[in-house]
Design a protein around this ligand. Structure first.
Ligand code: AMP
Length: 646
């Protein structure tokens, strides 16, 4: 195949190939990017597939690599820059400050009886103490489990029961767009619902909401911190395979799935990604706009940048609100200018929010420090990529990965070889990932260009990827490794195609597949097609049960300019135009049975479209757990539209 040939001749292709064919030698080299107390004896033990053990025999510590290691060269350089446009606070912690604060938190946890292997559940807003808590756990070998602060009691309770934490670290409240959400009552309610009870709850009082304490159980961080201002807490050296954290995947129904991650493999994977993908240099500033409740927050707010010796910005607030609480769609660019951010990481949704604002906000700030913007978590549509690219004049690098993998599966590794990206494609397989496209029906590998298959990864998964599902090895094997008949191969549950140059395109989740009269269609394909109409701002397509065709597609569309669509006739014309676009580009088989104009699509607070909720509502079913839904009004409008009320 020409693509393989043309890639093999370039140096990234050789780098990638070596990572697969000379796996151990490749990763042994990367292991040199971090500090080890004892070097690994064996690079990869894959004697019990699909369970991979990386850097066996090595001992290390994530907190040491993120903090202590940098004290020699950059103790007085910024490490953590905490900015809250919600409270107007801006705090800069140097590596020396961070070292002290983390030890204080570690001492507090030790005083509450936390020992190596114990779980600590962190239910926190985006405040520095959340980062101290994560690093403190890593320091003493405790396993942290961060639960996104936007989750409500029910989701929190199931996670408490699954993780069985000895201690929960939390705070009085979070705040978003000036609206305070009290966390403590949510936590208390979760603890009323959960079977498991922690020995202690450690609470940060931000003075945002009243916080009654439960005597004997609840402890104030301020009091314990005071007691341990200068208590040294040495790093606990743990096995490379020691579990560093669990993180529950979003959007799953039923029992939550705790993605379990190791220590040594994760540290090496992050250090390598900071070098080859994110190209971060020690002393520079990294700004990821994600949340610590998500995997991006773990890898690229906390551990990755710090391991690389960079300062990392922790941001609490909206992208369009300033330090004084007034509207300021330039706030992120203000921070880029002020802290000379070189690498920025965000999500396409956030860019689409900014796209609706006056572009003058981007021009007001000196963004000359910025070298690249990385976007991930959802498909990056071409118009959005083009808009931000024109505005920033830096490479826009899409990267595709999952909570399960911890770092990019597909991207562009400019740190290895400068390579052009292609809009609409997250790029090529990253080193360590033996990515295949598999025919779902036959299990055979698809090697030709433009063939649609399931994106799968041949074992062993590279360092940094999930070890297993927390306390459920069988679920790990059955969910991820057995979905393709006759093969033990990791399924990402995403459809993809590879073009003739070897670039991949993601077509949506395999579990969002639509089967219309026997034709299998990816919702993403139809969405992309509809989105090419100039008056479409956003679109979601879901498959809805149909007595005749099995399923039909329903399209929910947010118009860019809805002012001319007030009249029923104008709406019908617009819908007809959209149907025609689909007819033209994909064929009538993919034409949605209905196009519904909505003001808003139902999304989680992290920006993920809640397709299953949309689908359930469209089918008249219960949409299930909606705790992650950002704006309940979005689903209500859909209900009313379907019922013909508006
Ligand atoms: P999560 O584990 O919540 O981050 O979700 C991972 C899923 O998000 C992937 O399996 C994809 O379906 C989707 N995803 C993540 N990054 C991208 C991307 N760059 N392009 C397209 N889809 C993405």
């Amino acid at each position: 195949m020409s693509s393989t040939r043309s890639q093999a001749s370039s140096s990234y292709a050789a780098f990638h190939q070596r990572s697969i064919t000379q796996r151990d030698a490749f990763w042994a080299e990367q292991a040199g990017l971090i500090d080890w107390q004892t070097p690994p004896r064996q690079i990869c033990d894959y004697s019990k597939p699909p369970f991979a053990k990386w850097f066996v025999g090595g001992t290390t510590n994530l907190c040491h690599n993120a903090v202590d290691r940098h004290l020699k060269d950059r103790a007085q350089q910024p490490a953590l820059i905490a900015v809250s446009t919600e409270t107007g606070r801006e705090q800069v912690y140097t590596f020396a400050d961070l070292h002290l604060e983390v030890q204080r938190m570690a001492a507090a946890l030790l005083s509450l009886g936390v020992t190596q292997g114990d779980r600590v559940l962190i239910y926190m807003p985006m405040i520095p103490e959340a980062v101290f808590a994560m690093l403190a756990c890593a320091r003493i070998g405790a396993i942290h489990s961060v639960v996104f602060g936007g989750f409500a009691s029910g989701s929190l309770a199931t996670r408490i029961d699954d993780a069985e934490p000895k201690v929960i670290v939390s705070a009085d409240a979070g705040s978003r767009g000036g609206k305070v959400t009290a966390y403590k009552p949510l936590l208390d309610e979760a603890l009323r619902q959960s079977r498991h009870q922690p020995a202690s709850v450690l609470l940060v009082d931000r003075q945002l909401a009243p916080m009654p304490l439960v005597p004997g159980r609840d402890q104030l961080w301020s009091a314990l911190r005071e007691q341990h201002l200068y208590t040294p807490v040495p790093v606990v050296w743990v096995d490379a395979t020691h579990t560093s954290y669990t993180l529950y995947t979003s959007g799953t129904t039923g029992k939550p799935k705790g993605v379990q991650r190791d220590t040594g493999g994760y540290a090496v994977a992050l250090a390598a990604s900071m070098k080859y993908i994110y190209e971060g240099q020690a002393g520079e500033t990294y700004f990821s706009t994600s949340d610590i409740g998500w995997v991006v927050g773990h890898s690229y707010i906390v551990y990755g940048p710090l391991i690389a010796g960079m300062a990392t910005i922790l941001y609490e607030g909206l992208p369009i609100r300033g330090m004084d609480g007034q509207p300021d769609p330039g706030i992120w660019w203000r921070l880029v200018e002020k802290y000379k951010v070189t690498r920025m990481f965000s999500a396409p949704t956030a860019v689409r929010v900014l796209k609706k604002q006056d572009p003058v906000y981007l021009k007001r700030h000196d963004l000359s420090s910025l070298k690249a913007l990385y976007l991930a978590g959802e498909p990056l549509d071409e118009p959005t990529a083009q808009w931000i690219s024109d505005a920033l004049h830096v490479p826009i690098i899409d990267n595709y990965w999952q909570t399960e993998t911890g770092w990019p599966i597909l991207s562009i590794a400019n740190g290895v070889e400068k390579t052009p990206g292609k809009f609409g494609s997250p790029g090529v397989p990253m080193y360590g990932y033996d990515v295949k496209l598999i025919s779902e029906s036959t299990g055979e590998e698809l090697t030709g260009p433009d063939q649609k298959g399931v994106l799968a990864i041949e074992g062993p998964l590279p360092p940094g990827c999930m070890q297993t599902v927390w306390r459920d090895d069988a679920r790990f094997v059955n969910t991820y490794w057995k979905s393709i008949p006759g093969r033990l191969i990791y399924s990402t549950f995403d459809w993809g195609v590879r073009d003739q140059d070897g670039y991949f395109f993601i077509l949506g989740r395999t579990d969002d597949v639509i089967n219309v009269a026997g034709h299998r269609l990816g919702t993403r394909e139809i969405e992309e097609c509809i989105a090419s109409h100039t008056n479409v701002a956003e679109v979601a397509v879901v498959g809805v049960a149909d007595a005749l065709k099995g399923q039909v597609a329903l399209a929910f569309v947010v118009a860019r300019d809805a002012s001319g669509l007030g009249e029923a006739q104008a709406r019908l014309r617009f819908e007809g135009e959209l149907m025609q676009v689909v007819d033209r580009q994909l064929g009538a088989v993919a034409r949605p049975s209905r196009v519904l104009l909505v003001q808003l699509l139902p999304k989680t607070r992290s920006g993920k479209l809640l397709r299953r909720a949309l689908q359930a509502v469209a089918e008249g079913r219960d949409p299930g757990d909606l705790t992650t839904l950002d704006d309940p009004g979005a689903l209500q409008q859909v209900r009313e539209l379907l019922a013909g009320k508006s």
